[in-house]
Design a protein around this ligand. Sequence first.
Ligand SMILES: *[C@@H]1O[C@H](CO)[C@@H](O)[C@H](O)[C@H]1NC(C)=O
Ligand SMILES: *[C@@H]1O[C@H](CO)[C@@H](O)[C@H](O)[C@H]1NC(C)=O
Ligand SMILES: *[C@@H]1O[C@H](CO)[C@@H](O)[C@H](O)[C@H]1NC(C)=O
Ligand SMILES: *[C@@H]1O[C@H](CO)[C@@H](O)[C@H](O)[C@H]1NC(C)=O
Ligand SMILES: *[C@@H]1O[C@H](CO)[C@@H](O)[C@H](O)[C@H]1NC(C)=O
Ligand SMILES: *[C@@H]1O[C@H](CO)[C@@H](O)[C@H](O)[C@H]1NC(C)=O
Ligand SMILES: *[C@@H]1O[C@H](CO)[C@@H](O)[C@H](O)[C@H]1NC(C)=O
Ligand SMILES: *[C@@H]1O[C@H](CO)[C@@H](O)[C@H](O)[C@H]1NC(C)=O
Ligand SMILES: *[C@@H]1O[C@H](CO)[C@@H](O)[C@H](O)[C@H]1NC(C)=O
Ligand SMILES: *[C@@H]1O[C@H](CO)[C@@H](O)[C@H](O)[C@H]1NC(C)=O
Ligand SMILES: *[C@@H]1O[C@H](CO)[C@@H](O)[C@H](O)[C@H]1NC(C)=O
Ligand SMILES: *[C@@H]1O[C@H](CO)[C@@H](O)[C@H](O)[C@H]1NC(C)=O
Length: 773
Amino acid sequence: MAIFTIILAVLTTAANALPGNSSYKDYVNLFLGTENGGNMFPGVSQPFSMVKLGPDVENGKTDAYSGYLPSGQVWGFSMMHESGTGGAPKYGVVSQMPVVGNLSNPLVDLGQNRSVNDTAAVGYYKSSLVSGVDVELAATDHAGFYQYSFPGNDSSSIVVDVSHVLPSFRGLGWGQGYAGGSLSISDNGSSYQGHGIYNNGWNYSPNWTIYFCGHFDQAPISTKTFTGNGSTLYRYDNSRSTNGTYRQGGVFHFEQERVTSRVGISSISAAQACSSLHDEMPVGTTVDHLVSQTQSRWDEQVFGRVTTTETNTTVLTQLYSYMYGMMLIPSNRTNENALWKSSEPHYDDIFTNWDLSRCSTALMQVLQPTAYEEQIRSLIDIWRHEGWLPDARSSDYTGRTQGGSNADNVLADAYVKGVRGGVDWTDGFAAMQTDAEVVPPNNFDPVANDSSTKEGRGALPDWKQYGYITPRFSRAVSRGVEYAVNDFSLYQVASGLDLASDASRYLNRSRNWRNHWNPAQKSFNSSGFLVPRYANSSFEYPYDPTQCDGCYWSDPYYEDTPWSYSFNAQHDIYRLISLSGGREAFIERLETFFTPGLYPGNAAYGSTLFNPGNEPAFNTPYLFNFVGRQDLSVKYSRHAALAFYNAGRGGIPGNSDAGAMQTWILWNMIGLYPMTGQTTFLIGSPWFKHLCISLGEGKSLTITSTGGNKDDAYFVQSLKVNGQSWGKAWVTWNDVFANGGTLDFVLGAEPVFWANGTLPPSPASGDTLTGYT
Ligand SMILES: *[C@@H]1O[C@H](CO)[C@@H](O)[C@H](O)[C@H]1NC(C)=O
Ligand SMILES: *[C@@H]1O[C@H](CO)[C@@H](O)[C@H](O)[C@H]1NC(C)=O
Ligand SMILES: *[C@@H]1O[C@H](CO)[C@@H](O)[C@H](O)[C@H]1NC(C)=O
Ligand SMILES: *[C@@H]1O[C@H](CO)[C@@H](O)[C@H](O)[C@H]1NC(C)=O
Ligand SMILES: *[C@@H]1O[C@H](CO)[C@@H](O)[C@H](O)[C@H]1NC(C)=O
Ligand SMILES: *[C@@H]1O[C@H](CO)[C@@H](O)[C@H](O)[C@H]1NC(C)=O
Ligand SMILES: *[C@@H]1O[C@H](CO)[C@@H](O)[C@H](O)[C@H]1NC(C)=O
Ligand SMILES: *[C@@H]1O[C@H](CO)[C@@H](O)[C@H](O)[C@H]1NC(C)=O
Ligand SMILES: *[C@@H]1O[C@H](CO)[C@@H](O)[C@H](O)[C@H]1NC(C)=O
Ligand SMILES: *[C@@H]1O[C@H](CO)[C@@H](O)[C@H](O)[C@H]1NC(C)=O
Ligand SMILES: *[C@@H]1O[C@H](CO)[C@@H](O)[C@H](O)[C@H]1NC(C)=O
Ligand SMILES: *[C@@H]1O[C@H](CO)[C@@H](O)[C@H](O)[C@H]1NC(C)=O
């Protein structure tokens, strides 16, 4: 035993090449991406945990998607949050709020400014309120710990507000409501149990229930419960709920300077909340213990998988903070599924596969293969019991499909990269076929009532009848190109399962994005764009490719322009190149996309047509690899990486979207980019002299570079893959991931033509595959 411990210690020291005596936690900025629209959650979380304990702040005008805002009043500290989402806030439930004095009317506004900025570290959060109360937070998977330091011991109160939820100011009908609940307090007041029922939010969820079990470290002097109508302040107004501004909770009155509370939660029952609390956070637990336990957990499960010889603390902070930011959701709800009994893993808070299917789930596979396989199994199990794969899901309710049925892409990516384990691929393919063949019932969404926004492919009738989507459906063009990618995903899995006729049908369907291409449509110096098309087969012409009519739910394109969506047929790039007029024209088209000053709509990003702050253009900077200009992929992707990402509070350029933004920049740092749904990884340029990614089972991918640096000498001069000279601007899963591998780059300040080998595959292009070697 002793010998074993010593060996482990030596191994840990050897692997950890961090500067000085530092540890990973020293390089996690919990506030990275909390401003500038990133909407990151800075509170306390384990990797993928159900509990995310943090402050709920409100400034009277801004939606607090993760609860946190830099300024505004704290009006509670609650146990459940999302991280990095847009749309409208979800959760902010199971809260406590400390108040100085004996609170006579808990229905008044309890909001408090903070006296200094909040502080946070992995596993720890602290707010200091102007009332003089300090609140320190720590947590486990299903329980939270509150430590209050009041300014004196004469009188203090802790309010448990069962009706507390995060409000939304957007006026889109996506605000959450409180529908009722219960709170019972033990005889001596030192513990309480109950449940709250909430509804709505971005996913229009019906009532859902969370149970809680709270304990204080001492019996209060007095307690009381309350019900009634709250303050007229917006944050207390659940007017979109089923029950007006009704509020409900309890007040616990103490005469102590120091009070701690432990609270467990469960979707199943108060008894399960109590038993999780008992198991994870027994009586006597301290903040310090929980913080070091959480840090060890992140070190072992997440950070320790990636090691580097880098010593620049800013770069290390980017690396480990981005890794942290991609592992907060989805939430592992295994054993917490209130909907059905299943031996499968269960995950919630998918926000969303539309975002994550581009490059995030591919990185999840590399960095967290165990969690990733569980997530894949959970997706299929949701289909098994509800009939549909989710694109987005929270409070265990599927809601909001923005484009295609992009869980198909997530499954195909797993399938082609050999994920088998506990995944039932017969069911997996059946789930994908539901998306491809069955029209989902219309949920008559007020923001787009033509077809389902809940699940599946609402515009499937046109896709099947015409091979394109007419304007009778909202988001017709962006859905069209995404449905094509989805069909390609079915082709991939059908091929692997030897379902030849399905494979050939879906491959053909995957080419139907071409039906939206109007070769006559011009913009700047480029010809041919994906545009709206009518049932009589005519295109809307002219249609300005920089125009998307607001780019939202009821428009022809969702959240990006025709220019951007016209690059999105990622399975059929050679056809896209030939439709664009060939290699030179395609290079010019791509360079136009990245030229500053052409599109005022993206003023925040130098007015390029390229919007680095949203997912539809994630792949685009790397497409130069398909035309033998890997240097330009490096040039434009590195420009975006350096210009729009940093280690600070505004360190990501748009909504994190459950970590999607973090994964884009992490791939840039690694020097690869995945073509999701295929085994191809495009070669970029690494930021590091030495980076090692542990792949589990003793395998690893080691990436080295010499001769350059990330800022101004990042062009690839030459590459060796597994020790062999490499002339292709791509590798496959099998080359470097399946059994591990090495990528050794020589970098320099000037581009050279090194990638003279076979161009990356374009699997749907068939006989149009031209190649430019
Ligand atoms: C590491 O910590 C030890 C003991 O605290 C100290 O003596 C040593 O100087 C530290 N090393 C560095 C590089 O900071
Ligand atoms: C406090 O927070 C503000 C707003 O986020 C930020 O600009 C400022 O730098 C912070 N101050 C310190 C000392 O961290
Ligand atoms: C707190 O105030 C309430 C009513 O205002 C009173 O009944 C109660 O005794 C007070 N408790 C303490 C401990 O002062
Ligand atoms: C809270 O802070 C804001 C901004 O500094 C200030 O305008 C407001 O008056 C403060 N509110 C209270 C109740 O102190
Ligand atoms: C309250 O604080 C005062 C002053 O620090 C101290 O004398 C007293 O013992 C404290 N009372 C309790 C119950 O802790
Ligand atoms: C939601 O829950 C409340 C409280 O239990 C109940 O009164 C209401 O009928 C529920 N609404 C629906 C649609 O089930
Ligand atoms: C709705 O509010 C009323 C008071 O306005 C209250 O009596 C009733 O219990 C509430 N219903 C639920 C389900 O919370
Ligand atoms: C409160 O009562 C429970 C039994 O109902 C007991 O286990 C607990 O120790 C008591 N707490 C305090 C602080 O007296
Ligand atoms: C509480 O608010 C509801 C809805 O706004 C209203 O109908 C009701 O009369 C209010 N009740 C009281 C006691 O003010
Ligand atoms: C560390 O990296 C940052 C961010 O790229 C850069 O601004 C800084 O100059 C680097 N510091 C050193 C000492 O190289
Ligand atoms: C998910 O939760 C279950 C139940 O707590 C646990 O067994 C499993 O290891 C968790 N998965 C991950 C990736 O942590
Ligand atoms: C690619 O370049 C290498 C190194 O310059 C050269 O040896 C090789 O023959 C070239 N391959 C092709 C296909 O041109």
